[in-house]
Design a protein around this ligand. Structure first.
Ligand code: NAD
Length: 263
């Protein structure tokens, strides 16, 4: 017997609807719902991810924290790259996936978002700062590596544009966008809060992450160990695909609005 392409398509649509309904039902049960987001939630806002084809690692070798601290040349190169990405940061707007999570927050169904993203788009969607745990910092801030003073990226960027290629603080410390570089310690408070939320939540959903970056990628594991329902919405494979309760291979900006509409 030949299976027609139309009936295969219909079956796939039916499976997708069932998965979306199940996720919506779990979120609607109003337990502790935790979202975990990665670069993939922001690609539809025009910010490239790192590991997809054409992503940032196809273009640049990462600059390690030690190199930043020990070499002016590395700092100049770091700021040059930031300048290239700055336009993305300034112009990016939350897309339907971010807005769906904001709707969840408004419905009282979002405990917190743990994000690996550094683009600030969850806060820009309207979700308050204290509900967004930034594991890898934010591109919108700059931190002095000596005195710890935090300032806005715009100020530092203006200095770079005026020819101050590796800006320094008044105290003489190096200014660095407030993001976690390779080889730099993770922020302790954020890691603790994320770990606690992951271990104790009822529902945990990953959106747009390869789940390859450690230690952030431990979070879904903690959630599963704590008996949470684990859902993944991602375009490519992750190491957790086998162990999750629902896997949707789809675009965040298309899938998330459907989930929230179904609740
Ligand atoms: P990643 O680049 O490793 O993986 C992104 C994943 O998202 C991929 O599996 C890809 O298939 C998927 N994806 C891409 N577009 C999607 C879409 N529209 N819908 C659903 N899935 C989609 O990202 P990661 O796991 O977050 O790790 C990368 C690291 O890079 C993070 O630590 C983060 O700090 C940083 N980063 C952040 C940004 C940002 O803030 N927007 C951008 C690039 C990288």
């Amino acid at each position: 017997m030949r299976v027609s392409p139309t009936s295969t398509r219909r079956k796939m649509a039916d499976t997708m609807r069932k998965k979306i309904s199940l996720i919506a039902q779990k979120i609607g049960e109003a337990g502790k719902n935790v979202l975990f987001t990665g670069a993939g939630i922001s690609t539809e806002s025009g910010i490239p991810d790192y590991r997809s084809k054409g992503g940032i690692w196809d273009k640049f070798r990462p600059i390690y924290f030690d190199e930043f601290m020990s070499s002016r040349e590395a700092r100049v190169e770091y700021w040059r790259r930031k300048a290239e990405l700055y336009q993305d940061v300034v112009h990016a707007k939350p897309n339907p996936a971010h807005m769906s999570l904001f709707r969840l927050y408004e419905m009282g169904l979002l405990e917190a978002i743990i994000t690996q993203n550094i683009d600030g788009l969850h806060q820009e969607s309207g979700i308050p700062d204290d509900r967004v745990i930034e594991l890898h910092g934010s591109n919108r801030r700059v931190r002095c590596m000596n005195c710890g003073r935090v300032t806005s990226i715009h100020e530092a960027q203006e200095r770079v544009e005026r020819g101050d290629l590796a800006p320094e603080c008044e105290c003489g410390g190096y200014l660095k966008p407030d993001t976690i570089s390779f080889g730099q310690a993770m922020p302790e408070r954020e890691m603790q809060r994320a770990t606690e939320l992951s271990r104790t939540c009822d529902f945990f959903m990953v959106v747009g992450s390869t789940l390859l970056v450690q230690p952030a990628a431990l979070m879904p594991n903690y959630a599963k160990q704590g008996d949470a329902f684990l859902a993944i919405v991602n375009l490519s494979e992750t190491p957790y695909d086998e162990m999750c309760d629902v896997l949707i291979r789809g675009k965040a900006g298309e899938v998330l609005p459907q989930i929230v509409d179904t609740i």
